[in-house]
Design a protein around this ligand. Sequence first.
Ligand SMILES: C[S@@+](CC[C@H](N)C(=O)[O-])C[C@H]1O[C@@H](n2cnc3c(N)ncnc32)[C@H](O)[C@@H]1O
Length: 211
Amino acid sequence: VTTALALYDAALRRAGRGVAAPLHLVNGGRPLRQLDATRFVQLRRADRSVLNRCAGPTLDLGCGPGRLAAALVADGVAALGVDVSAVAVRATRRRGAPALRRNLFARLPGEGRWRRALLVDGNIGIGGDPVRLLARCAELVAPDGEVLVECEPPAQSSWRGPVALVDGDRTSEVFPWAFVSAADLAACAARAGLRELESWTEAGRWFARLG
Ligand SMILES: C[S@@+](CC[C@H](N)C(=O)[O-])C[C@H]1O[C@@H](n2cnc3c(N)ncnc32)[C@H](O)[C@@H]1O
């Protein structure tokens, strides 16, 4: 059994070299999702809809190789990437954005003062408890700050449970994960003390702005 981080780091390294890096997210052997780490590297069309809603210092939580944080910095918006993966943090810094290798539930700089916090690419699943994660985001942003979240299409059900990453014949240890349907996000946000201010969809992806 490998750690999920080791499999993810190896996939990011391959993606960084432009090599296909498919990873499978499974629940007890049942495939849930295929992730391709190369998708985390290049800015995609709907990403702009999130970046355009960033005003002022922005935390990119679970920043991966930092495509969003780097695009913000290039636009003159202060941004900080946070990720537990050393490969992700290194890639983010190489792209010109500052990044911290840290668990987002641990102490972070400027808590309670950020204008925006981002949870993109399924990152609402981090930790397997979306209400706890959103409550953490509410703590990180200023009282009038906002949390921008990517969620699942409304026709899809929310789900929480133990998952593992699979890369070829290697399977990671099990860790908690969650998917949140756009239909359930407002209720989930309310339990975390946040309100859904806007929701939108672009290029088949679903997003919401919470404050
Ligand atoms: C689905 S990937 C998304 C990648 C990223 N958003 C991007 O666009 O490149 C989830 C990311 O969250 C990071 N992550 C997972 N748990 C975390 C935690 N507790 N604190 C910080 N980062 C975490 C992973 O290392 C990974 O980079």
